[in-house]
Design a protein around this ligand. Structure first.
Ligand code: NAX
Ligand code: ADP
Ligand code: K
Length: 498
């Protein structure tokens, strides 16, 4: 599959392996990379008058010398700007030697209207914040409003984390090589890449696989084989039974959103477990969803024994009081032989911030299967040390939390990251700000639960749920409120089935 994400270190490893396997060598990869960028510049900007190619001191700059030479050979007016000569004996020095264009200093660089800028200053090797003439070049480029084509990454964007180191170019088009890097998909880097194109430079799929990369762009192509469809002889309980705990009388809507989403995502039966005080409110709004009174752990146990739900959703609308966290721990303790998986969302996560030690102790058992769906605030409450570690990217934070809690983590936001305790992690890319509407997270918890109840493996189920949630929002379009999402799932499920 082509959805692996390579950190700059893993990419360097892939380059090394490709060179070792031959026949391509380092300068060969560089010529291939520069050729891909030059071809895209010509394709996307056929009428361009002048191309300013900015070259840094490393291999990113080496790619730039190739781009400059090839564009000049096709008759484009090229101005070559460099921060300094590449290191003697490097591939970049070879590429520079093959390029006969006179080099101008970066300090004098000022792009004019009608020109474009090829940013080959820093890519994977960015190691400290940009400063000096480079920052001035970024400012002048932005002021001129000219398009920027970034080689590998916009200079200033970390390929590991998507963070901006000091300052960064805002590219119209980013051309990267072999595979995307996490920094192309994590904010704020994602917004600075513009359109990102992956160019083939002769690094084979087998070579990428040999890097043992464990990060992926979320895409149906790799989880669709696990997507459930009902057996011909299915009955409602064999299709998967989800139980959703409801909040008190003034906070019942969240559980119903989750329940409706679970039903639309294919659970054969969904039960809302409601405190007695909320029964009337829930009954007034539920039709196909089953309603059952549950005020205590004993009530819940009676439900599990009688109705054998596969998956529970606990959290939406419950309130973040310590008792809510205590009940979550009790649910995990009594799970064995009763239900297979728990989705903890919203208050189910926040309430555990009062009982973190007990929670991590319970999780050492690894049972039941657990999916946590925190947004940024909830993540910080349950995993304060991981959240405070500024050296970790969002991808790495999610991965660390998954390991710590022995759970699938869906770390929500515009660049939702899904991580598993075994080290796999995915970044979602079909998100839409239409989802920034109250209650949309509750819907997501129900989709995850439904897929788990239909026996989809947990990591794949979480990735599928995040993608389906966003896809439903996109299909519905502007005006979306959370109530619209369950029905909008119908088309998404239909598209994925059979
Ligand atoms: N064989 C390979 O490894 C290939 C590499 N390729 C290109 O090579 C790039 C990576 O090359 P490098 O590892 O040489 O890294 P870069 O070219 O991104 O940068 C490395 C150099 O920049 C300096 N530097 C880093 N941050 C700086 C800052 N903020 N201010 C000033 N100087 C800074 C470093 O000390 C080092 O000298 C990729 O992004 C890609 O464009 C491609 O040519 C494909 C093949
Ligand atoms: N700007 C955005 N782009 C893409 N997705 C977003 C954006 N803002 C929020 N979302 C998504 O919307 C959902 C909101 O969930 P959450 O914050 O729990 O809301 P609520 O508690 O109101 O249900 C999450 O799935 C999140 O990833
Ligand atoms: K660059």
């Amino acid at each position: 599959m082509a959805f692996e994400l390579l950190t700059p270190d893993e990419m360097a490893e892939a380059d090394r392996l490709a060179i070792a396997a031959g026949p391509v060598d380092g300068i060969g990869l560089m010529r291939w990379a520069g050729g891909a960028v030059a071809a895209l510049v010509l394709k996307r900007f056929p009428a361009v008058r002048t191309v300013h190619v900015l070259c840094g001191p490393g291999n990113n700059g080496g790619d730039g010398y190739v781009v400059a030479r090839l564009l000049a050979e096709t008759g484009v007016a090229v101005r070559l700007v460099a921060t300094g000569a590449p290191r003697k004996g490097s591939d970049a020095a070879l590429a520079a030697a093959e390029c006969a264009i006179a080099v101008e200093p970066l300090a004098a660089f000022a792009p004019e209207t009608g020109s474009i800028v090829v940013d080959a200053l820093y890519g994977a090797g960015l190691s400290r914040p940009l400063d000096g003439d480079v920052v001035q070049a970024i400012t002048r480029t932005a002021a001129a409003g000219v398009p920027v084509v970034a080689v590998d990454l916009p200079s200033g964007v970390s390929g590991v984390s998507g963070e901006v180191l000091g300052n960064a170019f805002a590219a119209t088009l980013t051309v990267t090589f072999a595979r995307k890097k996490p920094g192309h998909l994590l904010y704020p880097g994602r917004a600075l890449c513009g359109e990102t194109i992956v160019a083939d430079i002769g690094v084979s799929d087998a070579t990428v696989a040999a890097t043992a990369a464990r990060s992926f762009e979320n895409d149906p192509s790799w989880w669709r084989p696990h997507f459930p469809s009902p057996a011909k002889d299915a009955h409602k309980y064999s299709r998967g039974h989800v139980g959703v705990f409801s909040g008190g009388p003034s906070a019942t809507g969240a559980a119903r959103l989750s329940a409706m989403a679970a039903a639309r995502a294919g659970a054969g039966a969904v039960t809302v477990l409601s405190p007695g005080a909320s029964l009337v409110a829930n009954a007034a709004h539920l039709t196909s969803i089953i309603l059952r009174r549950s005020d205590t752990l004993q009530d819940a146990l009676a439900f599990f024994d009688a109705r054998k739900p596969e998956v529970l959703v606990y959290g939406p609308g419950l309130g973040a009081e310590p008792e809510v966290g205590r009940f979550a721990l009790e649910l995990m303790s009594v799970a064995e032989g009763r239900f297979g998986a728990l989705v903890l969302d919203a208050d189910g996560i926040s309430s555990l911030s009062h009982r973190r030690a007990a929670f991590f102790e319970v999780r050492k058992r690894g049972q039941p299967a657990l999916v946590l769906t925190p947004h940024h605030g909830e993540f910080g409450r349950l995993f304060p040390e991981i959240a405070a570690n500024g050296s970790l990217s969002k991808l790495e934070r999610a991965r660390a939390a998954a390991r710590r809690a022995q759970a699938i983590i869906i770390y929500k936001g515009p660049d939702t990251v899904i991580a598993a305790p075994d080290g796999r992690a995915a970044i979602n890319t079909n998100g839409t700000p239409l989802l920034a509407t109250a209650g949309s997270g509750d819907v997501l918890s129900g989709i995850v639960a439904a897929l788990l109840a239909q026996r989809m493996p947990a990591f794949e189920a979480a990735c599928a749920a995040v993608w389906m949630h966003a896809e439903a929002a996109r299909r519905f379009g502007p005006g979306l409120i959370a109530e619209d999402l369950p029905l909008a799932l119908r088309e998404v499920v239909a598209g994925l089935s059979g």
